[in-house]
Design a protein around this ligand. Structure first.
Ligand SMILES: [Zn+2]
Length: 281
């Protein structure tokens, strides 16, 4: 529904055409939020759809607080690095790029001028940025890919663990996120005899220490030396040398709220900036 531009439902697929038209005509600065994630192995205890299931909740909450329409155009993303593990589904980068571009093109065709893209899977980052760059030019629309905040105590604490313990995939951070958003799909009992499956050579492990004075240098060497495929980084599909049983869903709830509010603030502020001439048809 939408009345005088105010939506009461936010997923595009839930709206009637007149409701969408009402929103487009009467919301002063209509914004479409596009979310992407992945279908890929997430260790032994998290669902294959972890990234997509989470981004689904995340963008819907932001849409609700900003009177925006949201869309999650595809469940899979760019995950070739996980294909040694069953259940992973990957698109090529070209396919993902085209899904994003054609989604934007469709809304642009009907007059939407502002888009926010939100990504919850590291493997999609470059493709999303490329889509943003191409779409701006091709369809003359404003595109933002906001993320943050980076300066709060909580976000610094989490980022420190991501570096120190390589908590990027299926470790405590992501387990907490899953326990916050979809606890019914998490199988913690599978972790009874958990041990780290990470097989990174000792030399590279030393480069993970953010307390080193030469960290800026060694961290870049670390990333330049990681093999491309998950099975050469970890035996069990879980990156992170830290124990996922230590996941704290309350921390994840606080962290997600911080990020949601940051993007809501971004959108509210962005709406005060008129569409520049360069984007006019
Ligand atoms: Zn993930």
């Amino acid at each position: 529904m939408s009345e005088n531009g105010r939506l009461s439902r936010f997923w595009v697929q839930d709206l009637t055409r007149p409701a969408f038209e009402d929103w487009l005509e009467n919301e002063p600065e209509p914004i479409v939020i596009i979310g992407i994630g992945a279908i890929e192995q997430h260790g032994i205890h998290l669902p294959l759809g972890t990234d997509s299931l989470g981004v689904h909740e995340f963008i819907h909450e932001i849409a609700g607080r900003t009177n925006s329409v949201c869309i999650h155009p595809c469940w899979a993303g760019f995950s070739p690095h996980h294909m040694a593990f069953p259940g992973s589904v990957t698109f090529s980068a070209e396919t993902l790029l085209n899904i994003l571009l054609e989604t934007i093109e469709s809304f642009a065709h009907h007059g939407v001028k502002r888009f926010v893209m939100i990504n919850h899977h590291g493997g999609n980052t470059q493709t999303m940025q490329l889509a943003a760059q191409i779409a701006k030019r091709k369809y003359k629309v404003m595109i933002a890919t906001p993320s943050g905040p980076r300066n709060t105590e909580l976000s610094k604490k989490i980022r420190d663990r991501m570096t120190r313990y390589f908590e990027v995939h299926s470790g405590p951070r992501e387990t907490a996120y899953a326990l916050h958003y979809f606890p019914e799909l998490v199988e913690m009992w599978r972790l009874e005899n958990w041990e780290s499956g990470v097989i990174i050579p000792d030399q590279l492990r030393e480069y993970m220490d953010p307390d080193r004075e030469d960290f800026e240098l060694v961290n870049q060497v670390f990333h330049a030396s990681l093999p491309p495929n998950t099975e050469d980084i970890t035996r069990n599909g879980q990156y992170a040398t830290s124990d996922p049983r230590k996941a704290d869903p309350e921390e994840a709830a606080a962290s997600m709220e911080e990020s949601i509010q940051f993007i809501v603030d971004f959108i509210e502020l962005w709406k005060t900036v008129p569409v520049p001439k360069g984007y006019k048809d």
